[in-house]
Design a protein around this ligand. Sequence first.
Ligand SMILES: [Mg+2]
Length: 169
Amino acid sequence: MAIRLVILDCDRTLWEHEDVLTLQAPFTRIDEQTVQDARGEQVRLARGARELLDALRERGILISVCSWNRADLVFAIFDLLGLTPYFVHPKVEFHPHKDRMIAALLAELAREGTVLRAEEVLFVDDNPMMLEMVRQGVGPVRTLRAQIDVLDLRDVLKYLDQPEPTEPT
Ligand SMILES: [Mg+2]
C-alpha cells in the first residue's frame, strides 16, 4: 500500500538541533536552512530536508509534523524558513504522547474526507521509543529512524520507491 502521508519529528529529524525548547525567541533567519535564536544559537535544517519536502509535495503526498515541544518556538522557526505551507495539521504539543498526536491528526484528516489507513502513513523520528509508541497506539504505521535508517532526509524518497512487499497468500 502506497504511502499517502509522511509525518516528521522536528528535533534531530527535520532539523539538526536536539531540543529547540532550550532556545530563546525571537529567532532571526540566517539563510534558507538556518535560523538563530536571541543568543545566537543556530537551528539548521537536516540534510535533504527541503528537497524531501518539495519532492513529497510534487508527488501529492501529504506532509505533517509531530513534535514534543513548545508550539510557539517550532511554529516561529517554520514561519521564518517558509515551511508552514508544507504541513497539514502539524502537531506540536508539550507532552510525549505522539500516538495521541498522530491519532488526532488522522481523525482531523478523516473529518475532512481524507481517510488514511495506518499502513499508508510513514512516521520518521530519531527516538525509537516514539516509533514503537506510535505503532502500538495507532496501528501498523510504517516507521523510519532518523539518524539511523535515514542519514539524509532524501533517503525517505528511496524508501517510498522500494517495491512493496507482496502480501502472503
Ligand atoms: Mg527528535
